[in-house]
Write a protein of this length. Structure first.
Lengths: 744, 184, 349
């Protein structure tokens, strides 16, 4: 380790493989001070501006916010908030084109500045050493700082490492052509940067702090040397200008001679790297309590009249920056966000400046021509010579074109840092990096698909196993229940008799269910042929439902009666359930009978209904009373019966939602719904939808009306019967018969 | 006598090589992945049943037993190519009865139309639909394999297959698809 | 008018493949001039013939393949191939030799394999070898340097020989090749090889007039001219220095060892370096990126192998010169060598 420092002190550095020397073009902007911009008319602040998860929105459209106020909240570790860069009103929160090569839209906060630039209260901490490390990291996280060199990795994660750090490397290389943002920032704010470096020193306690800077920034080097003179740990390493010195792995190689193994974070080697602009942001956040809401952006290119570095508020549309720097209409050809080597083309000028935007480039046509004359690769190998990752770009290119993902991975495609050196030197003008990006995206997607397929397979198998298990469990339960019942019935006690009645009821239910199923099947299979049956079954089901409702209503409307009932509300409910079930069973049985026996036409059916309607008003009151009486009776019957039976019913009732497959109620409901939907569908083409609705409503009303008299008659027959509740089955039968008679 | 020696020598050599082979077959035994397993690994596991088999595994088994390799519509030409490579047979175009369109899709329930019939839940091979009787159902997009088996059983036709939304995360660097604003 | 959308990097060096090809063609000029000076108009006429044929063939095939003819016809690759064929043929070979060679190189070796960038063999050398095997007489009837010829050979006479096999005065090629002393002259490599089989020592062979003052009358200067052109290419960064260096070093080491072992039956290193197509091969043929290896290490290996093969074939083979054969053999080996000379990627062990 000593030798590394000795070498650095002598100014000897390591060399990384490859690299190129594109025209620097930094002279366009490097001698002009950073210019503060006027307030743009609107700011578009993307909710996510960093790698990781987007924060949660904590403002809404119409809110008035102050400068520095958080707009999102970070809930996950890999998430940082965004802040209002100025005071104003949130006009909208909507999708807008974000600063991404895809030109896709994402959620953005549109802020209309009020021009007052009122800030929230700040707590200035001149002495950061008074804060605990945890507090400092928390401040960094809450200030929304993400790596400002281009990757946008949340900074608080990077500085919150528990590894022993040997080297803290400050990246001030700025190797991309045109960009001078860091250069100017160092020259103008070297003391704040030095504060930031000291804070990082305090947090990470590295053995050495190496500032990597290219030798084409002599003034910045001087400023840094002056500002960091009081910290012995700091070594300013002046590196020869070569692209891409500023790449993380390349800079580590150049300064320490260490290679970061593939897929390993530098912190494993005891190295942490921070961008110099991030240091500035850290100092601002920790000492001055200013969140990251503005940054230096190089606005450059020969198409501009006044290329210059500017202080841009995050969210400022590129259009505004370009206007401020003089962008004549006839020159508008191509806009690049980022440098010419790694930046991306913008589809329009409304794209906002974000945390990672270090440059907006508007080149003239001569500067960066739009040539897409890709010719065949002649395997000249210049790409391999300049590749800083020592890949074989041409072989990668062939494999990418052949979509040979396996070969691409053998050739270490994912070690490509997309620096663009290969495509820069390619004499055949092959957009190599583009091929790699496409291939990488495809491989990533393929991996996702593989994972998904694996998961789907597991879920499929789990489902199969579950269905099998449920089937077995059901069979087992039925078998056991049957055995138990048989044993009890044979015992001949009071209890057994009750059981018997329960069995009878259940039998009726099963029968009804069967009828219903067959009916549904019919409906499904021969929709047209069974139109009539459909209708009837639907009517029957509706009747059942209406009856159940009515009962509920009656019970509620006559509290006196309810109060007079000794049983607890629980029992009431159980009774209610049972009652409803019985009613439904009845209805189903009826429906089946109807369907099976009557050959009535639809017209007749309607007539029958109409008749019922006539009877209805007369009998209404009577029917209500009868229903109430019947209920009371049923309750009495049920009351002595111990809850076991009821409970099962109830659980079944509630379980319906959970296990729909075997639940009878659900089936009924489904069948009803389906039948209804089908009917509607069939009716639709024939008559206008409004009339359909009307007729259905009418029908339902009739159904409701028809119920009470039926019930009343049930009542009589029920009263005539024994105390023990065989009623259900009998009632079903009786009613079905009656129905039959009526319809005849 | 010489004949006897010859027989003995040849016999011994035979025994020796036999023993060698026997030893080698035990020592270097390869626990081979059965063919069906390997094919199953290549299939997209949508469990859609478009191949005519109830799931990917049964189809893989059928292919191993000689079924045509071109019946997996969701996998498309890529999967056919891979299976052909594995089986050492010619690549065939996708079976004509199947749709060639294999852009990734997921099912979507138009929630206001859903009547809560649970039919789709029963149809879903991977339990990617949640809901209960008479409750609105919804699809777990991350679990949906896009098999479209739930579309047919829906009595109110409220399920449709929608292409997956493109986000910056799954963007495939298709520069030509970028909507460019016209200037002038 | 809309904003351009392009993938990074947006800037680009100004160089292009056609420019590179043109540069290589220009670099052959010193060699061609030397050839003209020492051997007359023959090769220039063949270059012209090969160029015409190559362009016509390229045009036809590109049209048939529905490629962008305008762009690809003048990308320089076909012209470079034609120039190399013209240079490497015996100066007084009949006209159809260069026509056939150019046709073979462009249509079969280059375009049938997929056009520029896809040919596994160097087209010029493949054509040369095809001609050498198919027409051994025509391809080995080397003309002696003009200085040694008994019958003067001007442009019209050369043209006449190439097209009719006879000069205007009725001399045949055989008569042209005959020395004043009455024996047929061959190339220095040929002479040495024949003499060794005849039992003569190298120093005895060196007295042959075709050897001349140093290692080969005319040939030494020809090679020096190609060396000059090659060095120019290196300074222009059109080719990398590793291939010629490795090739020449390999040839140097092989010949030096042989020379030290048995000076009487082995020619000196200088003789090997400055005879035959050594320099042409080192700077213009082996550096053909398409058919060579891609990684730096691979190139070193391929070139070293070529140097070794050149020596082996010159020493033990049936043909006096060996550059074409060894280049083809190395072309075959290149993909395998590439496979085993992949550089270690950053961050991988």
């Amino acid at each position: 380790m000593e030798s590394v420092i000795e070498r650095i002190e002598k100014g000897h550095f390591w060399k990384f493989h490859g690299g190129i020397h594109p025209p620097e073009m930094k002279f366009l902007t490097k001698d002009k001070p950073i210019r503060p911009l006027a307030m743009p008319p609107e700011l578009t602040i993307p909710v996510q501006q960093h790698i990781g998860e987007a924060g949660k929105l904590i403002v809404k459209a119409g809110d008035v916010v102050k400068k520095g106020q958080a707009l999102t909240q970070s809930l996950m570790p890999l998430s940082v908030p965004v802040h209002a860069p100025t005071s104003g009103t949130i006009r909208a929160i909507e999708n807008a084109i974000i600063a991404h090569p895809s030109g896709l839209s994402e959620l953005c906060i549109k802020l209309t500045p009020d021009g007052e630039d009122k800030s929230i209260a700040r707590h200035i901490t001149p002495d950061y050493t008074s804060l605990s490390k945890h507090d400092i990291i928390e401040k960094i996280a809450q200030s929304g700082i993400a790596g400002m060199g281009g990757a946008g990795f949340p900074t608080h994660i990077k500085v919150n490492t528990h590894a022993q750090i040997n080297y803290l490397i400050i990246n001030a290389a700025e190797c991309e052509p045109y960009i001078t943002a860091d250069d100017l920032l160092i020259r103008e704010h070297s003391t704040t940067i030095a504060d930031g470096i000291n804070i990082l020193d305090h947090l990470l306690e590295p053995a050495f702090i190496l500032i990597g800077i290219e030798d084409n920034k002599p003034e910045a080097i001087k400023a840094l040397q002056k500002a960091t003179a009081n910290n012995d740990k700091v070594k300013i390493c002046i590196l020869p200008t070569k692209y891409p010195t500023g790449g993380e792995k390349q800079l580590i190689m150049a300064l320490t001679g260490k290679e970061v193994p593939s897929g390993v974070l530098p912190s494993k080697l005891g190295i942490v790297m921070q961008n110099i602009a991030t240091c500035f942001a850290i100092a601002e956040a920790v000492i001055h309590d200013i969140p990251l809401t503005k940054r230096v952006v190089t606005v450059s290119g020969r198409a501009l009249e006044k290329p210059q570095n500017v202080w841009a508020l995050l969210g400022t549309p590129v259009e505004f920056l370009l206007q401020q720097c003089g962008y004549p209409e006839q020159q508008r050809k191509h806009i690049i966000m980022g440098g010419p080597m790694m930046g991306f083309s913008l589809p329009n000028t409304q794209v906002p400046v974000v945390k990672i935007t270090n440059c907006v480039l508007a080149p003239s046509e001569q500067e960066i021509p739009n040539d897409k004359h890709e010719v065949e690769c002649i395997r000249c190998g210049q790409c391999a010579d300049v590749c800083p990752s020592q890949l074989l770009p041409q072989e990668l290119q062939w494999s990418a074109k052949a979509n040979d993902q396996q070969q691409l991975e053998t050739l270490n495609l994912f070690d490509c840092i997309e620096c663009g050196a290969c495509a820069y030197v390619c004499p055949s003008h092959i957009p190599l990096v583009h091929y790699y990006r496409v291939a990488k995206a495809e491989i990533r997607q393929q991996k996702q698909l593989d994972i998904k397929a694996e998961k789907a397979k597991k879920r499929f198998e789990a489902r199969k196993a579950r269905l099998e298990r449920e089937k077995l469990a059901r069979e087992e339960k039925h078998r056991k229940a049957a055995e138990a019942r048989k044993a009890r019935m044979n015992s001949g006690t009071e209890q057994a008799n009750k059981e018997k009645s329960a069995v009878a009821a259940a039998l009726a239910r099963v029968k009804a269910k069967k009828a219903q199923t067959s009916n549904t099947e019919n409906v499904e299979n021969k929709e047209l042929a069974s139109d009539q049956q459909d209708k009837k079954s639907q009517v029957a089901a509706a009747i059942a439902r209406a009856k159940a409702k009515k009962q509920a209503a009656v019970q509620e409307s006559s509290p006196a009666q309810t109060e007079s009932q000794p049983p607890t509300p629980e029992n009431n409910q159980g009774d209610e359930n049972k009652k409803a079930q019985i009613a439904q069973a009845i209805a189903k049985a009826k429906a089946k009978k109807q369907a099976a026996t009557s050959q009535d036409t639809e017209v007749e059916n309607h007539e029958e209904l109409n008749e019922a309607v006539k009877v209805a008003p007369v009998d209404d009151k009577k029917a209500r009373i009868a229903a109430a009486v019947e209920k009371a009776k049923a309750k009495k019957q049920v009351a002595p019966e111990k809850p076991s039976e009821l409970d099962t019913d109830k659980t079944e009732e509630t379980a319906a939602t959970n296990s729909p497959a075997d639940d009878k109620k659900a089936r009924i409901a489904a069948a009803v719904a389906k039948a209804k939907a089908k009917k509607l569908k069939e009716k639709n083409p024939q008559s206008a939808p409004t009339t359909v609705d009307a007729s259905t409503n009418e029908e339902q009303e009739k159904e409701v009306a028809i119920t009470p008299p039926l019930e009343a008659s049930e009542e009589k027959s029920a009263q005539a019967l024994d105390k023990k509740a065989r009623i259900a089955a009998a009632v079903a039968k009786a009613k079905a018969k009656k129905q039959q008679a009526e319809s005849k | 006598m010489t004949i006897l020696i010859a027989i003995i020598v040849i016999g011994l050599i035979g025994v020796l090589f036999g023993a060698l082979l026997g030893f080698a077959s035990i020592k270097f035994k390869v626990e081979g992945d059965p063919l069906a397993e390997q094919i199953d690994a290549l299939l997209p596991q949508t469990q859609c049943g478009q191949c005519g088999y109830p799931g990917c595994k049964p189809y893989a088994e059928a292919v191993a037993n000689g079924e045509a390799i071109n019946k997996c519509a969701p996998g498309g030409d890529e999967t056919i190519k891979k299976i052909a490579d594995l089986m050492g047979v010619e690549v065939q175009p996708l079976d004509e009865n199947h749709e060639a369109d294999n852009t990734p899709k997921v099912a979507f329930i138009i929630e206001e139309d859903c009547i809560g019939c649970t039919k789709c839940i029963q149809a879903c091979p991977v339990d990617a639909i949640i809901g209960a009787t008479k409750q609105m159902h919804t699809i777990i997009i991350d679990e949906c394999t896009g098999c479209d088996l739930c579309v047919a059983p829906c009595p109110v036709d409220c399920i449709e297959m929608r292409p997956l939304k493109q986000t910056p995360k799954n963007w495939q660097w298709d520069l030509d698809s970028i909507p460019v604003t016209q200037v002038d | 008018m809309a904003y351009w959308i392009a993938s990074s990097p947006h800037n680009h060096i100004q160089g292009s493949t056609p420019a590179l090809m043109r540069l290589v063609i220009y670099a052959t000029i010193p060699g061609i001039l030397a050839q003209w000076y020492f051997f007359g108009w023959g090769n220039l006429i063949h270059i012209g013939l090969a160029l015409t044929t190559a362009l016509v063939a390229e045009f036809t095939v590109l049209s048939l393949r529905e490629k962008k003819v305008a762009e690809q016809l003048f990308d320089g690759s076909a012209m470079l191939t034609a120039v190399l064929i013209g240079i490497s043929l015996p100066a007084l070979a009949p006209w159809w030799i260069s026509v056939l060679g150019a046709l073979f190189a462009i249509v079969i070796v280059k375009q049938l394999y997929g056009g520029i960038g896809h040919n596994p063999f160097n087209p010029a050398m493949a054509a040369y070898v095809m001609l050498l095997i198919s027409f051994p007489v025509q391809m080995t009837s080397w003309q002696p340097p003009l200085a040694l010829m008994s019958i003067p050979l001007d442009f019209s006479n050369t043209l006449s020989v190439i097209f009719t096999q006879f000069t205007f005065d009725g001399y045949s090629l055989e008569q042209l090749r005959t020395h004043v002393d009455g024996y047929t002259m061959a190339t220095p490599l040929d002479t040495v090889k024949t003499n060794i089989t005849l039992g003569l020592t190298i120093s005895e062979s060196m007295n042959n007039p075709v050897i001349g003052e140093y290692v080969g009358e005319g040939w030494q200067w020809l090679n020096a001219a190609f060396l000059l052109g090659g060095l120019f290419l290196i300074t222009q960064k059109a080719i990398s220095y590793v291939t010629p260096l490795s090739f020449l070093a390999s040839l140097f080491i092989c010949s030096l060892i042989a020379f030290l072992v048995s000076p009487d039956s082995n020619a000196s290193t200088l003789f090997h370096w400055f005879n035959g197509a050594t320099m042409l091969g080192a700077f213009f043929i082996l550096t053909d990126p398409v058919s060579g290896a891609t990684s730096v290490k691979g190139r070193i290996v391929v070139a070293a192998l070529a140097g070794f093969l050149v020596f082996i074939i010159r020493k033990f083979g049936g043909y006096p010169d060996a550059v074409a054969f060894s280049v083809l053999l190395c072309n075959m080996a290149a993909p395998l060598i590439d496979q085993y000379t992949r550089p270690r990627t950053y961050g991988h062990s």
